[in-house]
Design a protein around this ligand. Structure first.
Ligand code: FAD
Length: 323
């Protein structure tokens, strides 16, 4: 039987989020032969993004556009999706393991009476079903889950699947879906306060420069910000640094913060507590800078620099500027 998978496309600041194209890769791996993948994009003034999506190998793009969808709202987004989900009856839905995806995926699963799996980092397809891998116990173990039946919804951890490239050739057709907001919503989005760690989104950054209590003050983050800027990366932090008031909690990485999987993670003045490792241990390369040679972070690091971060970080920035 031919299957239809749906990708919920995410965007921010007028740009498609990379995780959408990574979710497409995961869907392509998991799609049985003869299946089709459709994209759904919602928002206000997103027709240019729908057009951009159409260049990727989707069967079609469903565009739901309305001023009231400018900011993510759980009830409104689910109401907007309801009609299109009823029409296409997807066998599987993929969305990024982002703040929006984590909120929306269980609601979609409930609507479709589907199974749901979060934080997927690998997918395999075989005659016995689709096998997904995800980290459990704060990254200390991996769980493999096989879906042998449909439907289901999964969230994809950013930076774990390569993003699909544009297909070239004919563009996918765009289907405009009419939407009128429900007359009453139980909540209202009054304001959206953005707290970022620079130009690059922390969860999607290829390079993260993170500071811990060792940075000693809010000003102590400045050398880290400079290094991140030179490397086109984002700044993160340990909870130790957030609790001490050196930075905003939006930067916190770990069990109770954000989970990141960059290509390079540079931990500066971070001891390496298990709760911090839970948020970054899947990074491809970990570099630790710590003045204590016994710091536990060195057990996890691929490269360790024993030294004072206030000497090492500016030195790295100077050298990378030359490249
Ligand atoms: P510290 O452990 O104090 O380490 C500071 C490090 O800086 C030391 O290793 C020191 O040698 C080094 N240093 C000092 N000065 C310099 C210098 N000049 N140059 C180089 N190195 C220097 N933590 C998280 O990070 N994320 C979480 O999500 C999280 N969730 C938690 C949830 C629970 C339920 C609990 C109980 C704890 C959680 N924690 C979390 C806290 C965690 O246990 C640690 O307390 C925290 O990670 C420590 O932060 P730190 O490494 O910055 O500080």
């Amino acid at each position: 039987m031919s299957r239809t998978y749906a990708i919920i496309a995410e965007h921010r600041d007028g740009k498609l989020r990379q995780v959408t194209l990574e979710a497409l890769q995961a869907a392509q791996i998991a799609l049985p032969e003869g299946g089709r993948i459709t994209a759904i994009i919602m928002g206000s003034q997103v027709d240019s993004l729908a057009d951009e999506l159409a260049a990727y190998p989707f069967a079609d793009i469903h565009l739901i556009e309305h001023d009231s969808l400018r900011h993510y709202h759980p009830e409104a987004y689910l109401a907007a999706l309801a009609g299109v989900l009823d029409t296409i009856r997807p066998d599987a839905v993929f969305i990024g393991h982002t703040a929006v995806g984590r909120d929306l995926a269980p609601a979609i699963a409930a609507k479709l009476k589907a199974g749901q799996l979060s934080d997927v980092i690998a997918a395999e397809s075989s005659g016995e079903g689709i096998l997904f891998t995800r980290p459990v116990y704060a990254g200390k173990a991996f769980e493999k889950k096989r879906f042998t039946d449909f439907p289901w919804a999964v969230t994809i951890r950013p930076n774990n699947f390569p993003a699909v490239r544009t297909a070239g050739g004919a563009k996918a057709p765009i289907v405009k879906i009419a939407y009128s907001p429900p007359p009453t919503l139980r909540s209202v989005v009054k304001d959206v306060v953005l707290k970022t760690s620079g130009k690059v989104d922390l969860t999607e950054a290829k390079i993260v420069v993170s500071g811990g209590r060792g940075v000693k003050s809010a000003d102590g983050f400045k050398p880290l910000e400079e290094l991140a800027e030179v490397l086109n990366g984002a700044v993160g932090a340990s909870r130790g640094a957030c609790d001490a008031g050196y930075c905003d909690y939006a930067l916190q990485i770990g069990q109770t913060g954000k989970v990141v999987t960059p290509e390079i993670y540079i931990a500066c003045g971070i001891s390496g507590a298990i709760q911090h490792l839970a948020g970054m241990s899947q990074s491809r390369i970990i570099i630790a800078i710590n003045k204590d040679p016994e710091a536990p972070i060195f057990k996890m690091a691929d490269y360790g620099i024993v030294g004072d971060l206030f000497e090492v970080v500016p030195l790295l920035t100077r050298e990378f500027r030359k490249v």
